[in-house]
Design a protein around this ligand. Structure first.
Ligand SMILES: Cc1ncc(COP(=O)(O)O)c(C=O)c1O
Ligand code: FES
Length: 397
């Protein structure tokens, strides 16, 4: 068994979710769009799932569109917001978004759109004055994450939405990391569009949903059949949808106990910071998700720590799974203006409701020795540490 502390990359499918899905992978294989009642009974299960997801978000079932993943939700939301106000050609986003937002924005810049990338401070927080200053009558869309996948830092979405609304811009929130970890009530919020992804909340991979506020002039992204009331073509992923519904129901129950995850996360942070010198929690001073910690270990490479942890059966990450194939430092930590040694020596632990105290103790037992060994081996000998400290100072100013 592994000690799995990479839940922001993906989560284990809850056994109850799997059990709810199984009939739809076997005997209940009908197509919900068919005229016969064999397919129709499957349609009823989809509507139950829609209610379950809506309930977790404080939304109405008709405001939920099922799709394939968070990336699809983000692409669709940007497309829909621009189509709703085609005369407006300006988008505001942040420098720390997931690639499923940033890559779309880069693409749109090539197509003539103007994109503003809001900066963050060293704690990963936005400056709402910078947002206000960037807003114009030509701003079609403000799109920000709810919580950052690498640091867990939470953005003030209600305030951002109020500003967007006052300029007549659509507000989209990438809530892939937030749903199931913090309470969300869309009934009373200025959010127009919101993305979620099943595999981050104990449903399987390949299922997601987009919330579209009632009355929003929505244009579909995938064209074809009339599924999802003409808003997303493609035969329904019935088992995935049923699983997402069950996962949403369980997440709602779990939200009441999420404090336990925060306590284990704090225990991990505190243990590392007090036993290992030259360590820092990235985004530590900001409001954060209860399950995430991103810790910088100065003078060593994050990848080397991950390698050593892996040999102990411990799964962590150096950032988002999408970009971890590259050795470039994280764009999120870079945007926070962190010094060179932290940029290269940071790793993320992300917990879930399955995380146990014994697992946290295991990490706390092995970590000091791993860091000590790597620092002893580090090409940054003491002279270079001094050189790096100078470089950090130069970068920080
Ligand atoms: C903040 C954020 N947005 C979007 C995504 C993409 O979700 P999916 O993997 O379902 O496409 C992720 C997943 O890593 C994420 O963390
Ligand atoms: S989709 Fe986000 S890390 Fe891969």
């Amino acid at each position: 068994m592994v000690t799995y502390l990479d839940n922001n990359a993906t989560t284990r499918t809850d056994p109850d979710v799997l059990a709810a899905m199984l009939p739809y992978l076997s005997e209940l294989y009908g197509n919900p769009s068919s005229m016969h009642s064999f397919g129709g009974q499957v349609g009823a299960a989809i509507e139950t799932a829609r209610e379950q997801v809506a309930s977790l978000l404080g939304a109405e079932p008709t405001e939920i569109i099922f799709n394939s993943c968070g990336s699809e939700g983000n692409n669709t939301a940007i497309h829909a917001a621009l189509a709703a106000q085609p005369e407006k050609r300006h988008i505001i986003t942040t420098a720390v978004e997931h690639p499923a937002i940033l890559a779309v924005c880069k693409h749109l810049e090539k197509r003539g759109y103007q994109v503003t990338y809001l900066s963050v401070n060293s704690r990963g927080e936005l400056d709402l004055m910078e947002l206000e200053a960037a807003m114009t009558g030509g701003t079609a869309l403000v799109t920000t994450m709810y919580a950052n996948n690498e640091t867990g830092v939470i953005f003030p979405v209600e305030q951002i939405g109020a500003i967007a609304q006052s300029y007549g811009a659509t507000y989209h929130v990438d809530a892939v990391q937030a749903v199931g970890k913090v309470p969300i009530n869309l009934a009373t919020s200025p959010i127009d569009l919101l993305t979620l992804s099943g595999h981050k909340l104990h449903a399987p991979k390949g299922i997601g949903a987009l919330y579209v506020r009632k009355g929003f002039r929505f244009r579909p992204f995938l064209l074809g059949g009339h599924q999802e009331r003409g808003r997303r073509a493609g035969t329904h992923n019935v088992p995935g949808i049923v699983g997402l519904g069950k996962a949403a129901e369980l997440a709602q129950i779990h939200l009441a106990h999420v404090q336990r995850e925060a306590e284990l996360r704090d225990m991990l942070e505190h243990g590392i910071l007090t036993t290992i010198p030259d360590t820092v929690v990235n985004g530590g001073g900001a409001p954060r998700l209860p399950n995430t910690t991103n810790i910088g270990f100065k003078y060593i490479e994050g990848e080397a720590i991950l390698f050593m942890l892996n040999r102990e059966g411990i799964c962590a990450s150096s950032g988002s799974a999408c970009t971890s194939g590259s050795l470039d430092p994280s764009h999120v930590l870079t945007a926070m203006g962190l010094p060179y040694t932290i940029l290269h020596g940071s790793i993320r632990f992300s917990l879930s409701r399955y995380t146990t105290e014994a697992e946290i103790r295991q990490v706390l037992t092995v970590m000091p020795e791993i860091v000590e060994r790597l620092r002893a081996l580090s090409p940054f000998n003491n002279d270079q540490v001094e050189w790096l400290q100078e470089r950090d100072l130069a970068v920080a100013t």
